[in-house]
Write a protein that binds this ligand. Sequence first.
Ligand code: SAM
Ligand code: SF4
Length: 356
Amino acid sequence: MTAVPVAIGVRSVAAPAGADGALVDTHGRVHRDLRISLTDRCSLRCTYCMPEQGNEWLARTSILSTDEIVEVAEVAAGLGIRTFRLTGGEPLLRPDIVDVVRRVSRIEGADGPVEVAMTTNGITLEKHLPDLIAAGLTRLNISIDTIDRQKFADLTRRDRLDDVLSGIAAAAASDLRPLKLNAVAMRGVNDDELTDLVAFAMDVGAQLRFIEQMPLDAGHTWDRASMVTREEILAALRERWRLDPVPGRGGAPAEKWRIDGGPHEVGVIASVTAPFCGACDRLRLTADGQFRNCLFSNTEYDLSGVLRENAASAPADRAEAIAALLRSCVHGKLPGHAIDDPSFLQPARGMNAIGG
Ligand code: SAM
Ligand code: SF4
C-alpha cells in the first residue's frame, strides 16, 4: 500500500491505494461500480424522492460537462471500476445522453471493456432506446411503482404511466437482458399490488426488484412506519408463489428468490432492515461533481474543485489529481450507513440530487 497526499479544499488527506491501484477501502471492500448522476432534473416528482414544487435545483453552470465525465470515467476505469451506471434525476433528460453512453462505453478498463448501465423512469425511453443500444448501453433498470394509472399520477404527481409502459415495452422487445424493474414498496400506496407488479414483470420478461423506502426524500418526511419491510414484501409474495433463495449474491444490492421453481426471479433491496454495506462496491458522482462513498453519507469529495484547480495542468497530472481524490473518497468510507443509529442525519441532498 502506498500513501497518496490529496488536497481537498484546505484539508490534506493521506489516501492509500490497493497494491494494483484498485480502490480498496479500509474495510477491504474493492470498488467496481461508479454511479454517475447526469442531472438532478426530472420529468416526475415521486413523493419519496422530490418535493412537488420548490425544489432547489443545482446551478446549470455547476453540472459536469460530457468531457469532464468521460475524463473522470477513464481515470476510474484505470482504478478498477467496471460498471458505470448512469442515473439522476432522470438521465434521459440530458440532451447529450447518447453521446455520454457512446463515449463512456468505449473506455477500456483495467480488466477489459467497461459496462454502461442506466436507471431511468422510462419516460422517452421508447424514443431513445435504439440510439442508446447502438451507442453501447448494456443494461437497463426501469422504475415503476404501480401499474394503476390513478395511483401512478398521485405518486409521481404526473399522469405519465402510458409513457413509462411504452418505454418498458420497447426495452422488453430489445435484447437488453437482464431487464430489471424497480419498485419502491409503500404502505397504503402500492402494498396491495406487490404480486400484480411481479406478475406484470414476468409477463414482459423482466425481473421485479422491490426497494425498501429510504430516508432520502427531499422533504425529509420518511418515517419507518410507512416503510414496507423486506419481511412484509416476502410474506405478501409467498401468499401466491413458492420462493426459493437464489445463492451467489456477491456484492449485489438485491437478494433474489426464484418464483415457483423458475425461471422467473424477484429481488428485494432491503437497505434499511437488512443492509448489505459489508459487500458494498459502489461509489457515486453527483451531477455537480461531488464524489460520495455512500448514499447516506454527509461527506462529499469535491471533484469540481480539483478539475478547476488543475484546469491548466498536463492531462497526466489532472488524472493523478482525480485518482487521488477518488482514493481519498474510498478511504473515508465508513463500515455501514447507520440509519438505525440515533445520531443518524439524513443527507441534505434528496435522492434526485445524489443519484440513485
Ligand atoms: N429517475 C430515474 C428513476 O427513477 O429510475 C433514476 C434516478 S432514481 C433517484 C433511481 C432509483 O432510486 C429509482 O428506482 C427510485 O425508485 C429510487 N429511489 C428514489 N428515492 C428513493 C427512496 N427514498 N427510497 C428508495 N428508493 C428510492
Ligand atoms: Fe424522478 Fe427517479 Fe426521483 Fe422519481 S425517483 S422523482 S423518476 S429521480
